[in-house]
Design a protein around this ligand. Structure first.
Ligand code: ATP
Ligand code: MG
Length: 234
C-alpha cells in the first residue's frame, strides 16, 4: 500500500499545476486555516477561474510588481478582517487602473492577477466584464431589467472592467461609466480597470467626475512596451 502524501506538498503541487508561481504566492498574505479546508477552497477557486477566464488568458501570469502589490493590499484586508477563517473573503479595498497602449499586456496582467488570487485560499467570486460588453448588456431591451443586470455586475466583490474608455463615447456610455465607477467608489469595492486612454487624457476621455473618482480610488500602473500581438515569432 502506498503512503498518503503530505497535504502541504499536495497543495503546492495543485498550485504549480495551475501554472501559478508558488514563490510569488508564498510572499502574499494567506489565511491560516485548516489545510483540508484550504485544499477545498483552492479546488473550487480553480474551477471558478477555469470557467470564467477566457482561453486566451487561461495561462496568464501577472508579473508586474505593482499589480502584485495591489493584490497584496487586497489580501491583507481580507485576511485581517476575517473573524472566522471560513469567512475570509475580499470585502473592501483599493482599486487598480492598468493603463498602456494597445497590446502591451493589460488584460494579461489583469487575468493573471485573478488567477493568482484564486490560488491564495481567500474566497472571492470575482467578475470580469469588457466595458463594451457591459454596455451591450445594459442597453434597454424588451423583457430584460437592465437595473438587475447592472447590480449583478456593480455589486461583485472584485470586478475587472476591461477596456474602459475604448467604446465610442456617448452621453449614455458616460452615464453607465459614471454609475459603475461611482457605485464602486462609494462602497470602496476593489475594481481592476484596464484602459488604453493615455494618463493625461483620462478626464477628457472619461469625463471629470469619472476621472476624479478613479484617481482617488485606484493605484495606477502604466505598462510600457510595444504591441505584443505584432511581435514576430521566429
Ligand atoms: N507577459 C506576457 N507574457 C506572454 N504573453 C503576453 C504577456 N502579456 C501579454 N501577452 C500576450 O500578448 C497579447 C496582447 O496582450 P493583451 O491582450 O493583454 O494586451 P492589452 O494591453 O490588453 O491590449 P488591448 O489594449 O488591445 O486590450 C495576448 O496574446 C497576450 O496573451
Ligand atoms: Mg486588453
Amino acid at each position: 500500500m502506498t503512503e498518503p502524501r503530505p497535504l502541504k506538498l499536495a497543495i503546492d503541487e495543485v498550485i504549480t499545476r495551475r501554472g501559478v508561481n508558488v514563490d510569488t504566492l508564498k510572499d502574499l498574505p494567506q489565511p491560516d486555516d485548516d489545510p483540508y479546508l484550504r485544499q477545498e477552497v483552492l479546488r473550487q477557486a480553480g474551477e471558478y477561474a477555469d470557467k470564467h477566464i477566457p482561453a486566451r488568458y487561461a495561462d496568464a501570469v501577472a508579473d508586474d510588481p505593482a499589480v502584485i502589490d495591489w493584490l497584496r493590499r487586497i489580501l491583507d484586508r481580507a485576511v485581517t478582517e476575517s473573524v472566522m477563517h471560513v469567512q475570509c473573503s475580499v470585502k473592501t479595498g483599493p482599486s487598480l487602473l492598468i493603463l498602456g497602449p494597445t497590446g502591451v499586456g493589460k488584460t494579461h496582467q489583469a487575468f493573471g492577477v485573478l488567477r493568482l488570487l484564486s490560488q491564495t485560499g481567500v474566497r472571492c467570486a470575482w467578475k470580469a466584464v469588457a466595458a463594451a460588453d457591459l454596455y451591450a448588456k445594459l442597453r434597454p431591451r424588451h423583457g430584460v431589467d437592465s437595473e438587475t443586470e447592472f447590480r449583478a455586475v456593480a455589486d461583485a466583490p472584485l470586478l475587472l472592467v476591461d477596456d474602459l474608455g475604448a467604446a465610442k463615447t456617448s452621453e449614455w456610455v458616460e452615464e453607465v461609466n459614471y454609475r459603475l465607477v461611482n457605485w464602486r467608489y462609494e462602497r470602496v469595492l476593489p475594481t481592476l480597470f484596464t484602459s488604453n486612454v493615455p494618463p493625461r487624457e483620462l478626464a477628457s476621455s472619461l469625463g471629470e467626475r469619472v476621472a476624479s473618482r478613479l484617481i482617488e480610488m485606484a493605484q495606477r500602473v502604466v505598462l510600457q512596451g510595444s504591441d505584443r500581438r505584432r511581435v514576430q515569432v521566429p
